[in-house]
Ligand binder design. Sequence first.
Ligand SMILES: [Zn+2]
Length: 454
Amino acid sequence: MSLQFEVESCAPSGGRRAQLSLPHGTVQTPVFMPVGTAATVKAVPQDVLEKIGPRVQGSGSSEPEGESVTDGSGAQIILANTYHLYLRPGHELIRRAGGVHRFMSWERPMLTDSGGFQVFSLAKLRKITPEGVEFRSHIDGSKHFFSPEHSMAVQIALGADIMMVFDECVETPASWERTRDSMGLTHAWAERSRAYWVEHRGEVPWAREGSGPRAQGPECGSASSGPWPLNAGPLSGKHQALFGIVQGGMYVDLRKESAERLVEMDFPGYAIGGLAVGEPREVTREMIARTLEWLPKDKPRYVMGVGYPDEIEEYARMGVDMMDCVLPTRAGRHGLLFVREDPADRRSAVVRLNIKKLDNAEDQGPIDAGCACSTCGRYSRAYLRHLFASGEPLGATLNSIHNLHFYLETMERVRGELAGGVEVKGEGEEGKSNSLDAEFGKFKRQVSRSKAGA
Ligand SMILES: [Zn+2]
């Protein structure tokens, strides 16, 4: 078994507390997944990623050997982008390195997207046929072709625990007819993706080896020689899981048709795609709520590319199990930090701190007095403002650590509340969300346009 999903408790709101077991470890859900576009969560080293956030309850990795009690459990699962790794350094290079886990020295679960979103948002001169998409690299203009089969082959070479079907991402806004036609192509491509995965899933680089980059070679002086022993590690016999992606734009009837069609194909998990592309938040919420009704309750459900801390909290409470977004790291690199309105109340509204502002210049306090991250534990707003104003790379790192911690802390609190049956929504939460939307307006549009690039 390469994916197991066990729901432990369900809240009246639909939110559920569950465990997702994957070849490289168990993930406590609902979970936020930091985005590591080019096999790096920008500006944050892997050893730091393993320690940020709070201690995760119920996770075997919550008390790693030899780590300080002040360390958190870190990110449980991260993303990498197929399009970017295919272009640079190339999926065959990563296959020869043993897969993306070994290549980047990250031994926890990973997920790769199909490359479709980036092909449609970043690449130039696309030509779409029923067979696939021809496009030119945004890096050097070279010509490439992605079909569902090729996307699967690249994702198998990368070897993430979860991979995604190749789909067409329709532009926004799109007419009902255009969205319906695109959805038809997406469904045909989902079938072809699935067929290729079933036939080739044994070809993942780690399928016949052990796990980590350091643990599997024969010991010095042992009688064993030659290649590492086959089928010897904890990964033997396991393979990647493939998720289907529900499309259908902003049309409820198409979303329903798409969900039903994909459920017929029987995937181990389902994503809701094509959202957070510039539509009003009420529409995003409506599409998620309706689509969740048509997806199986015993399988993981993933909303791609969302969102703000208050959004991921809201969607988790509605029953979404997995989410990813470049926002915490991208905002961090722009000097935008998420804090609680009342630092002592971690359920209070999310507000934005712009570290660039002059009034931080001599503020010796932390970003967020209630935050337990290593940045807030050590550095002042005055110092972080100085780093940002001077263009020092450490500023991007420290800001990203805080924002990622903020997201992981939010999800750990939500998991605790879902497990304990706490009912969800704070008073006036919606009004606060809207004001945050307005505050971030311009930045949000920028992120929506290019979120795939991290
Ligand atoms: Zn912090």
